[in-house]
Write a protein that binds this ligand. Structure first.
Ligand SMILES: Cc1cc2nc3c(=O)[nH]c(=O)nc-3n(C[C@H](O)[C@H](O)[C@H](O)COP(=O)(O)OP(=O)(O)OC[C@H]3O[C@@H](n4cnc5c(N)ncnc54)[C@H](O)[C@@H]3O)c2cc1C
Length: 316
């Protein structure tokens, strides 16, 4: 029987939605599915791990792993994999998840496939060539490691209870050499673009940075998050963390509303996995209309405030 360990990343008082999605997928596949929580004060999160499909939650609750640094997490996971005989370790895409997965792959000499959108326990599915084809990927090592794209799986609550076990925290000397000097959080209202079901993205067509308020208000009305193209991020209109595309984030929300975005291939590869794409652009020949599900040709400055009003009216 497969033994799967899911790395449960957490932010303050909740397990990240991406990790819960991966956990739900692992539970669906079956076998022995455990989660691992690493941090200080994380014991309180074990209930939700059980509810989303873990039969066991390993908890490394220790001040020495309080900071979100990868190497101490690699130590904890490597020991668990070796001692408990896990053959599969799954991660949701994130900066920390990618760092831990890469370190663990090196430590265990295990194969790592990343950017996957599906998995059946043996084979993964990876979009390639700017997402124009899906490739089946496998592993030739005894332990399989995989990182899944943001939004690849929806969390599904099955209401189970997990057995909680303490994970040993035995840290290597070299793992304690890195120190986190400072960690800053951008002030954010609503969900992050990795977790959001709805994304409203703004491009150069907004005209000026102040006009991002149009995207923000629509996102707020829809309960979504705001994203941006590289053109506007490079121009300093919006933070890099919101950039979607080849050199930004890959997202797959249920709804992606593109405002004043031309639809360049480098942007498209980051959002074409969205369920429904709506584009507002004044140029009827803009490339984005070739892959949008719904296109509105017109001036976004006139259309978006009305759309936001309509959404607010419906919601109230
Ligand atoms: C190596 C490399 C990597 C890249 N990585 C990324 C990436 O990760 N993400 C990314 O986004 N880009 C990336 N790019 C840049 C990409 O090629 C495009 O330049 C960029 O996506 C364009 O951004 P935009 O759509 O905001 O701007 P534009 O291409 O300038 O499009 C603006 C659009 O707004 C429309 N518009 C203007 N005014 C209005 C109005 N009033 N109402 C409605 N519509 C209006 C215009 O018709 C136009 O279609 C990369 C490029 C390279 C070379």
């Amino acid at each position: 029987m497969a033994k799967t360990l899911v790395f449960l990343e957490h932010h303050e008082d909740a397990i990240a939605k991406g990790s819960l999605g991966v956990l739900s997928k692992a539970a669906q596949i079956g076998g022995d599915v455990a989660g691992v929580l690493v941090g200080a004060g994380v014991r309180a999160l074990t209930d939700s791990a059980g509810a989303f499909g873990a039969t066991t939650v390993w908890v490394a609750d220790d001040e020495r792993v309080a900071r979100a640094l990868p190497q101490p997490r690699v130590d904890v996971l490597a020991k668990l994999v070796r001692d408990q005989g896990f053959d599969t370790v799954l991660f949701a895409q994130s900066v920390l998840g990618a760092d831990v997965a890469a370190g663990l792959a090196a430590r265990l000499e295990a194969g790592l496939n990343w950017g996957l959108v599906d998995f059946d326990g043996e084979t993964g599915k990876a979009p390639q060539l700017a997402d124009t084809v899906y490739v089946d990927v496998g592993w030739s090592t005894p332990v399989k490691l995989a990182i899944f794209r943001a939004g690849a799986f929806d969390p599904s609550e099955i209401g189970g209870t997990a057995e909680v076990k303490d994970a040993p925290v035995e840290l290597e000397d070299f793992s304690l050499r890195a120190e986190m000097v400072e960690q800053a959080h951008a002030v954010q209202q609503g969900p992050s673009i990795e977790d959001a079901d709805v994304i409203v993205a703004g491009g150069r067509g907004l005209g000026e940075p102040e006009k991002f308020s149009l995207a923000e208000e629509l996102a707020q009305a829809l309960g979504g998050a705001v994203a941006a193209t590289r053109a506007v991020v490079d121009a300093g209109w919006y933070p890099y963390s919101a950039q979607v595309g080849q050199t930004g984030k890959t997202v797959s929300p249920k709804l992606y509303v593109a405002l004043g975005i031309s639809g360049a291939i480098q942007h498209k590869v980051g959002m074409q996995g969205s369920n429904v794409i709506v584009a507002v652009n004044k140029d009827p020949n803009a490339p984005i209309f070739e892959f949008a599900d719904l296109g509105v040709v017109g001036d976004l400055h006139q259309i978006v405030p009305k759309l936001t009003e309509l959404v607010r009216a419906r919601r109230s």
